[in-house]
Ligand binder design. Structure first.
Ligand code: GLA
Ligand code: ZN
Length: 681
């Protein structure tokens, strides 16, 4: 078994439901809840996410009587239970009795009791009591057949800068480096006379020490990077504490809800410790289908392509944003199917019944404050519930047979964004998203994977803004091209090693031979400065824009595909292609606009005949999942409010409507329409 291998909860269909907090309500309401759950075919509830104060009201008192009734009720009603350990928010008495369980922030302020997700990961009291609670919850409910999965904590994140974390950081560094000499070398401490002569001299990098302006502005990238890595590991240790405590009485699959592209936690380092991945989908706006697709694919990549759970999404609106738009009719359904299309084996909401008070009272819920079953939102939830019931187990365990990989790397994200120079305007997610979006619009299935992933199964590997080049990655990328594949990378890639030190060679470092170029200098300009780039030649030529960073490329064997049109480097290469072995290395030296990125990406895809079926209908998303029995499931999702019509190219049955489809027949998808085709023949 590979170390990424895991297992999903056993269910007979896609679990449908979500976070349910009956502890906020008198028991009469529970009865009504289940009546409504039946009407919406809600078969799964996530219970107990914020119940620490309920189950441990005082240091020596555990009281599970209410949770017992909640769990018993759900079981009696025949629901699957995803049971939380309840440690996402600690009780007030704990913070009062042990002030060190709260965090110290980046500015050095010791927080007092308040909010949630606020426990110091290094606090021995927190670690002991959170594990103890997980132990007791698991021991108490492990034998209840309704429980299908354990949900540890909630949305781990943030950071702490307290003295306990400082001590934990020093231990982590000692384990990593062994000697101070090795640490001084890695952090390049001769610069600005920072040589450490005692471990005790090392302080967490914060506003009081190495940083100015904020978390991205540091004098020493080495210490800041290591603190990011340490903090991710410190919270992972909390997860592992609880998981180990659960394992004392239960073998059921364990997860925690991730937040997709969430910078503070390196989910690739966490993934081996989860049995299955799950995440909460709250996209930045309602115009980002490619952003959500990218994130789903990243989550699917965490466990080597194993399906994940969509643990939360709102049925209607969020409450935490300054402005919280309403999901348009059809959008909740579309986005739920999009998750399934990308590998979700559960569709869950936050939340079942709207809170009456506190900061989430205006957050969307399946059941609103009036408790009606005839609202638009409830009806749409119920309609989706019926569709998923019809789908049954068809998608469970299905995999995505992608030929294209996109590399995603937290170290590169951190290193790029904490770097002084060339430009603070370059944002990792935006660069990655531009390349992913080009692939998405072209209609190809993509695996979004860690830099340590096996690349031998891909024809195309796209590595946007791969700032840090670690381990044997250069070698493995070179092998992709040598055997006939294509490797595409961009500006600011392969600049530093894993200690964030520059390679003492031409840029792009160890990728130089594969790319067949050399870069001696680069330019960075304000966001409104556009340097036109001319791509291609003859009839095919076109001009696109480029921004932010402009690397000056000197070909060392590569063919020039695009050139800058302005400034003293007008006429020099902006995009190159290098024939290498049986394959190619492509380099994009600047921030091309979306049209430019798409042009390049489609060139690369075309070489492998990988363009999707409807590349000229970018709003029509297509994905493929292959079930364990070999059944091919083709998803078509119309992200436009307007209908689209295309010619069918597959024969099969739409699992949502039961209609049959034959090749060549016109396929009409309504605005936000969905088609789930089981291929036949
Ligand atoms: C997160 C949390 C939930 C809830 C929702 C609201 O995902 O896990 O407890 O606060 O956000 O959007
Ligand atoms: Zn701390």
């Amino acid at each position: 078994m590979s170390k990424a291998a895991g297992r999903l909860p056993r269910t007979s269909k896609v679990p449908f439901g979500g976070d349910y907090n009956p502890e906020q309500w008198p028991e009469e309401v529970w009865k009504e809840d289940y009546r409504l759950f039946d009407a919406a075919r809600i078969d799964t509830v996530t219970l107990g996410v914020f119940t620490w104060a309920l189950t441990q009201p005082a240091p020596d008192v555990y009281d599970f009587s209410t949770l017992d009734r909640i769990v018993a009720r759900a079981a009696a009603e025949g629901r699957n239970i995803c049971l939380a350990t309840g440690t996402g928010a600690h009780p007030a008495w704990l913070a009062r009795a042990h002030p060190e369980v709260t965090r110290v922030d980046f500015e050095g302020r010791r927080h007092r009791y308040g909010q949630r997700h606020n426990s110091c990961p290094s606090s021995p009291v927190f670690r002991r009591l959170s594990a103890e609670l997980a132990r007791r919850v698991a021991a108490r409910y492990a034998d209840n057949p309704a429980v299908v999965a354990w949900h540890v904590g909630n949305e781990y994140g943030g950071a702490c800068y307290c003295d306990l974390c400082a001590a934990g950081f020093r231990d982590w560094l000692r384990r990593k480096y062994g000697t101070l000499e090795a640490l001084n070398t890695a952090w390049y401490t001769t610069f600005w006379s920072h040589t450490f002569t005692d471990w005790a001299e090392i302080e967490p990098p914060s506003a009081l020490t190495e940083h100015w302006r904020g978390p991205n502005h540091t004098a020493f990238q080495g210490i800041t990077l290591d603190y990011l890595r340490f903090m991710s590991d410190a919270m992972l240790a909390n997860f592992i504490d609880e998981k180990a405590a659960i394992r004392e009485s239960s073998d059921l699959p364990v997860t925690t809800n991730f937040m997709g592209m969430y910078r503070p936690i390196d989910y690739h380092r966490w993934a081996p410790h989860l049995d299955f991945a799950s995440w909460d989908n709250y996209p930045p706006d309602d115009r980002s289908p490619a952003w959500m697709a990218l994130t789903h694919d990243l989550m699917r990549g965490l466990k080597d392509g194993q399906p994940f759970w969509l643990m939360e999404q709102t049925p209607s609106y969020t409450a935490s944003r300054d402005v919280n738009p309403l999901k348009r009719p059809g959008v909740m359904r579309l986005w739920s199917w999009q998750a399934v299309a990308h590998g979700a084996d559960a569709v869950l909401f936050f939340q079942m019944r709207a809170s009456r008070g506190a900061c989430e009272k205006y957050h969307g819920a399946v059941i609103g404050h009036a408790g009606r079953d005839d609202t638009r939102v409830f009806r749409e939830v119920a309609a989706l519930g019926a569709e998923l019931e019809r789908l049954g187990g068809a998608t469970l365990g299905a995999r995505t047979p992608a030929r294209v990989a996109l590399l995603f790397d937290w170290d590169s994200w951190w290193a790029l964004e904490i770097s002084d120079g060339p430009s603070r305007l370059v944002r990792y997610q935006q660069v990655v998203h531009a390349y992913y979006r080009a692939l998405w619009e072209a209609g190809v299935d993509v695996d979004v994977v860690a830099v340590t992933a096996d690349l031998s199964r891909y024809d195309v590997v796209v590595a946007p803004a791969l700032h840090m080049l670690k381990g044997d990655l250069a070698q493995r990328l070179t092998e992709v091209a040598a055997r006939g594949g294509s490797v595409l990378t961009t500006f600011l890639s392969a600049r530093v090693d894993e200690d964030d030190q520059a390679f003492l060679m031409d840029i792009p470092g160890p990728l130089g031979p594969l790319m067949g170029i050399r870069i001696d200098e680069w330019d960075a300009r304000e966001a409104d400065v556009v340097n036109p780039v001319r791509l291609g030649d003859g009839d095919d030529a076109r001009e696109v824009g480029s921004r932010l960073v402009f690397e000056l490329v000197i070909p060392q064997g590569a063919e020039v595909v695009g050139t800058y049109q302005a400034d003293f480097y007008a006429g020099t290469p902006a995009v190159t292609r290098n024939r290498f072995g049986a394959g190619e290395g492509w380099y994009v030296a600047t921030g091309l606009d979306q049209a430019g990125v798409s042009w390049v990406v489609r060139r690369v895809l075309a070489r492998h005949d990988l363009l999707g079926p409807y590349p000229d209908v970018p709003e029509l998303e297509t994905t493929l999942r292959v079930a364990p029995d070999g059944t091919r499931l083709r998803f078509l999702l119309n992200h436009s409010a307007e209908p689209v019509e295309v010619a069918a190219i597959w024969a099969g049955t739409d699992l949502v409507t039961g209609e049959t489809v034959t090749p060549g027949q016109p396929l009409r998808l309504a605005g936000y329409g969905v088609l789930v085709l089981r291929e036949e023949g």
